[in-house]
Design a protein around this ligand. Structure first.
Ligand code: NDP
Length: 325
């Protein structure tokens, strides 16, 4: 089958993304051939492209997409031609019109979930699932700090936290993003380009600080995140949108009040088929129930993925972003 995909031959800027023809064979044992209807853009794609997370090159790019099964390989029992599926793990290469994919990473879509929404929610939504239910189990009545509240992870997390009865303090980089996060339920907004985050968090929590901070921004917010925690609080540092956090001495955690730090990855929370299906089911359920709306902030043609990378890194996007084949 003749098709197209985006590949990279060198690490670097968005200009490294190349639109290339690809010849796909029939699926091998345990594989399926998929036609993508939508591809999810994620911040991790920029780390793979830049080399912050080094790849063996040349490589495909992208970890998330949704589409239909065209053909199944030997031994594939759970899927058949015509099934609507999505994924957010497995080998890179989601930036493609069609691809071969190990069936073990696929999740069947319930009728209530359309393919575009699925491509916009799987990676960011399952991330939110493990962040708020498993890396730290947030309780109703707690107040938490969530950075980049108007982003892809941010808007899903805000809504899911509100559904659980949590008060959300969100940070954002502009007044327009503050409005958007507020419209998704965020209780208190801090513009971290202008305001002192830890001071605002202390003021909002009667001086105590929060039990957990969700920080996908990384280097720029690390210090403020620690300073916003209550004694024995947990910093969940789950991303590097502003760059990777610098090395530090563990004594810092003692000095700030016997704090905890975790640096989780989605892959470790959906490592088994059971965990993957449970995480996806929990996500689909909050979406089906109307508690979490999946906001597709912008779409691009798949072949224009370089522009999508530029906009994501320049903080011009909100919510989830789709690349359309
Ligand atoms: P977002 O849509 O949240 O985009 C990133 C946002 O970060 C920007 O819109 C911007 O919002 C904010 N930001 C703050 N400082 C910077 C900066 N210097 N450069 C660029 N952006 C900045 O992306 P995603 O939802 O895809 O991902 C959010 C974070 O979560 C990323 O760090 C990602 O790597 C991480 N992640 C981690 C996972 C894990 O399992 N560990 C899984 C999924 C995502 P603003 O303008 O409001 O500041």
């Amino acid at each position: 089958m003749q098709t197209h995909a985006i590949g990279i031959h060198m690490h670097g800027g968005p200009e490294q993304l190349q639109w290339e023809p690809r010849e796909l064979s029939s699926p091998g044992p345990g594989e399926v051939l998929l036609r993508h209807s939508a591809v999810g853009l994620n911040y991790i794609d920029t780390y793979h492209r830049s080399g912050l997370y080094p790849l063996s090159l040349p490589s495909g790019l992208g970890t998330e997409a949704a589409g239909q099964v065209l053909e199944v390989g030997e031994g594939v029992r759970d899927f058949r031609r015509g099934d609507r599926v999505a994924y957010a793990s497995g080998p890179l290469g989601a930036y493609a019109e069609a691809r071969l994919m190990p069936a073990a990473h696929l999740v069947k879509l319930p009728d209530a979930i359309d393919e575009r929404s699925a491509a916009a929610m799987m990676l960011q939504g399952m991330t939110v699932e493990y962040l708020i239910r498993r890396s730290y189990r947030v309780q109703a009545g707690e107040t938490v700090l969530l950075h980049a509240a108007a982003g892809g992870v941010g808007l899903i997390a805000t809504q899911w936290l509100k559904y659980l009865g949590v008060t959300v303090i969100g940070t954002v980089g502009s007044a327009a993003k503050a409005e958007l996060a507020r419209a998704h339920g965020c209780d208190h907004l801090i513009d971290y380009r202008r305001e002192n985050v830890a001071e605002r968090v202390r003021a909002l929590t009667g001086g105590r600080g929060v039990p957990v901070v969700y920080d996908g921004v990384g280097r720029d917010t690390f210090a403020a995140s620690l300073d916003s925690l209550a004694p024995r609080g947990l910093l969940v540092s789950f991303g590097n949108a502003s760059g990777a956090v610098d090395a530090f001495a563990p004594g810092l955690l003692a000095a700030k009040g016997s704090l905890y730090l975790t640096r989780p990855r989605l892959g470790d929370y959906i490592a088994t088929r059971e965990e993957l299906l449970a995480s996806a089911a929990a996500l689909f359920e909050v979406v089906r129930a109307g508690a979490v709306r999946i906001g597709i902030g912008q779409t691009y043609a798949l072949r224009d993925a370089a522009q999508a990378h530029r906009d994501l890194e320049a903080r011009r996007t909100t919510g989830s972003t789709l690349l359309l084949p």
